[in-house]
Design a protein around this ligand. Structure first.
Ligand code: NAD
Ligand code: UDX
Length: 462
């Protein structure tokens, strides 16, 4: 089998950084056009927060792990190249709002073809629509130098943020898709050989190229579908007196179902679920499968409904107006143990509260003030001046909750589970309202203190 001696990864983001940092022995250079990001990867303040990442990077950096902006050198030296660039939802043109924007992927592919002086294995690690490898092959073949041959593999990444390092060290599976030609299978064996350094062979699955590409969209769509299903049921619970945690527990005990990914919430966020489902919707439509498209679109629609339902509940409960009222938002990240805020439900809620002219006070243990402002202004698309008087960003829970008429839990950070709620209550006007968007609080204990507690999936009916 071909032995991979040098790896290059194009894209030093949430996926490229952690996935390459766990590769032992083999020399890996992660390249990116973003100088600031590369500088951060080479410093003590890594550009992303992920438990365990600092330790892994510090151990390997300068030994077998390198970060650089010299994309061309990275490509030239490597025999295997991961393409791990962003593939966001298209904002304009055909498929706007649904299709994946593949410009970064295509630019990276073109660069590989232009720069490579020897044959390479090119690995699609970004999440892409089914049959993207075909387009990559055409670009590579049309631009390559004589004698250079490219094999394309699909190797989607399944890590979840917040647990990326554990997921990468002990993955449920590694998926590699290749053409079923001898060359394709040889390239597949070479990449499998890289993973075999730390992943048991039986967890390395090898399939066809198109199955691999589609499996990634399928996995994310089905995971998100579970959340939308449980969130839809949470609305029924609130109206009937059933309790969503109890329902999810009972349903999840069925071994055919399993208990994971059944936690009701204010809605799912993150850079992947919505984007990948919309991508699947677009794919279904372009394949003339409108019923299939409609089915998956409903998963995203239910998520939008859950977020607005929760926001409306806050307004209703505060006697139909929150104008001028102070609302504490606890948590800004899309889930705990990450500083990532992409598609975070907290952003939707904050926008809703600002439209209602409330004053919001935000606290998150990992998200910077600058990032919160980027999110509130949609990266500069919304003017900051008009909302500035209504927004405060706090350094502690106590500060955010001081004098708040409502406290809204948006992220399930562990530190929110052990707060001194009596002390917080003593500093709130009456009635003091808490809205638990993550089902992490002890409802009875808070009610005993005097709070009026509203949680997702539990109503007031006995
Ligand atoms: P990201 O935005 O954090 O990182 C992508 C990086 O690629 C950026 O730093 C950008 O500067 C760089 N880049 C873009 N074009 C480039 C080019 N031509 N040359 C060099 N560098 C370039 O994105 P991410 O979250 O790491 O996601 C990357 C891909 O992985 C996406 O397709 C995503 O869907 C997929 N994915 C993400 C996750 C996740 O949890 N974030 C999980 C699985 C899969
Ligand atoms: C997801 C997939 O899990 C991962 O396999 C893929 O590679 C990338 O997309 P990520 O978005 O990082 O990972 O986090 P995930 O744990 O899936 O959470 C996504 C969102 O769903 C978060 O907002 C989370 O709070 C929410 N969620 C998750 C729920 O509301 N309920 C649950 O039961 C699980």
């Amino acid at each position: 089998p071909i032995e991979v001696k040098k790896i290059c990864c194009i894209g030093a983001g949430y996926v490229g950084g952690p996935t390459c940092a766990v590769i032992p022995h083999i020399q890996v250079t992660i390249v990116d056009l973003n100088q600031q990001r590369i500088d951060a990867w080479n410093s003590d303040e890594l550009p992303i927060y992920e438990p365990g990442l600092d330790e892994v990077v510090k151990k390997a950096r300068g030994k077998n792990l390198f970060f650089s902006t010299d994309v061309d050198k990275g490509i030239e030296e490597a025999d295997l190249i991961f393409v791990s660039v962003n593939t966001p939802t298209k904002k304009s043109g055909i498929g706007a709002g649904f299709a994946a924007d593949l410009k970064f992927l295509q630019l990276a592919t073109r660069r590989i073809a232009e720069v490579a002086k020897s044959s390479k294995i090119v690995v699609e690690k970004s999440t892409v629509p089914c049959r993207t490898a075909d387009a990559m092959r055409t670009i590579l073949e049309a631009n390559s130098k004589p004698g250079c041959h490219f094999d394309i593999l699909s190797n989607p990444e399944f890590l979840a943020e917040g647990t990326a390092i554990e997921d990468l060290f002990a993955p449920d599976r590694v998926l590699i898709g290749s053409l079923q030609t001898q060359q394709g299978l040889d390239a597949c064996a070479a990449l499998a050989g890289v993973y075999a350094n730390w992943v048991p062979r039986e967890r390395i699955l090898t399939v066809g190229l198109w199955s691999s590409e589609l499996s990634k969209l399928a996995a994310n769509a089905m995971l998100a579908q579970r959340i939308s299903s449980v969130n839809a049921l949470s609305a029924i619970c609130e109206a009937t007196g059933a309790n969503i945690d109890e329902v999810a527990y009972a349903v999840g005990k069925d071994t055919r179902m399993g208990s994971k990914f059944l936690k009701a919430s204010v809605g799912f966020g993150g850079s992947c679920f919505q984007k990948d489902i919309l991508n699947l919707v677009y794919l279904s439509e372009s394949l003339h499968l409108p019923e299939v498209a409609k089915y998956w679109r409903a998963v995203v629609e239910m998520n939008e409904y859950q977020k607005s339902r929760f926001a409306n509940k806050v307004v209703d409960t505060l006697f139909n107006t929150i104008t001028g009222k102070k609302i504490a938002i606890l948590g800004w990240a899309f889930k705990k143990d990450t500083g990532d805020t992409r598609e975070s439900p907290a952003i939707t809620l904050a926008n809703h509260f600002l439209t209602e002219k409330a004053r919001i006070n935000i606290y998150d243990p990992q998200v910077s003030k600058d990032q919160i402002w980027l999110d509130l202004t949609d990266y500069g698309d919304i003017p900051a001046e008009p909302i500035k008087p209504h927004v405060t960003i706090s350094q502690s829970v106590e500060e955010a909750c001081h004098n708040a008429e409502a406290i809204v839990i948006c992220t399930e950070w562990d530190e929110f589970k052990t707060l001194d709620w009596q002390k917080i209550y003593d500093n709130c006007p009456r009635p003091a309202f808490v809205f638990d968007g993550r089902l992490i609080l002890d409802r009875k204990a808070l009610t005993d203190i005097g709070f009026k507690v509203t949680s997702i999936g539990t109503g007031d009916r006995l």
